[in-house]
Design a protein around this ligand. Structure first.
Ligand code: RIB
Length: 281
């Protein structure tokens, strides 16, 4: 069965430099060669879902610049349906990314064209209505995220929200979310808990807001909880991290496909599969 996924989200060109360590405020550090990489949480998740075997469509906006053309071509090359990708008369979104020797990063995003995605068109609504899963993040304006979630709910599609970058979320959006995927920082912000709250406390607090939670824990794997009382903990594959940028996006895109393929809720197998879908075997 081919799963249908629609992603409504961001697309950026990532401007990347690797440095021995991340700079402190006011500090200059010398890094290696500059690289450009297609990115944006929405586009990364769309590519991951397509590589994981889904029929994936992307709704977003690039700018009317060379970056925009490169970003569109990258999505097409990945097999993503870009009929919902607008070209706005402004610069494309970019992300300034510094990666340290341990693979950790810090990222500054200039939304550019992503900020022009303020509403859906009839064709976007039709695509969402025909999909199994709608996949959302928080790098495009919140009203379009909520509109897309409402459209999916009306059509019976599953709504997966990756609440990144972290932000407190309005109740009218949370009420439309079937599965929330967050890292520990994002979980604390959404739940209104202090940094350092434990995994169980974060999952329990989030389950008062949404029915299903996947908490990503970096090298420690992922935790799952739902309102039936099921709690799972899945380890991440042991790897030497070179660059953790978009690791959560790759996981989330694959998880959306695994969840749709496995029916109502992800089994432990589905979570393991999301760490290592067929595209990385
Ligand atoms: O999650 C990683 C992504 O965040 C990068 O590709 C960057 O564009 C930012 O959106």
């Amino acid at each position: 069965m081919t799963v249908g996924v629609v992603v409504v989200g961001s697309v950026n060109l990532d401007l990347v430099v690797v440095t021995p360590r991340l700079p402190r405020p006011g500090e200059t550090v010398l890094g290696g060669d500059f690289r450009t990489v297609p990115g944006g949480k929405g586009a990364n998740q769309a590519v991951a879902a397509a590589r994981a075997g889904a029929a994936c469509a992307f709704v977003g906006a690039v700018g009317s610049d060379d970056f925009g053309r490169l970003l569109r071509d990258n999505l097409v090359a990945a097999g993503v349906d870009v009929r919902g990708l607008r070209t706005a008369n402004c610069p494309s979104g970019v992300a300034l990314i510094t990666v340290d020797a341990a693979g950790e990063n810090c990222i500054v995003v200039s939304p550019g064209a992503n900020a022009t995605l303020t509403g859906l068109e009839a064709a976007d609504r039709a695509a969402i209505g025909a999909a199994d899963v709608l996949l959302l993040q928080l790098e495009v304006p919140l009203p379009v995220v909520a509109e897309a979630a409402g459209c999916a709910r009306d059509a019976g599609a599953t709504v997966v929200l990756n609440a990144a970058p972290a932000a407190p979320l309005p109740g009218h959006l949370l009420d439309l979310v079937d599965m929330l995927v967050v890292n520990e920082h994002e979980a604390a912000v959404v739940a209104g808990l202090p940094a350092g709250a434990g995994t169980a406390a974060l999952v329990d607090a989030l389950l008062t807001l949404v029915p299903t939670v996947v908490l990503t824990l970096g090298a420690r794997g992922a935790a799952y909880g739902d309102r039936s009382g099921l709690r799972l903990r899945v380890p991440a594959p042991a790897i030497d991290a070179v660059d953790t940028t978009a690791a959560g996006d790759a996981f989330t895109g694959a998880l959306a496909v695994a969840w749709a393929e496995h029916g109502t809720a992800p089994s432990e197998d589905a979570l393991r599969w999301a760490f290592c879908p067929r595209s990385c075997r």
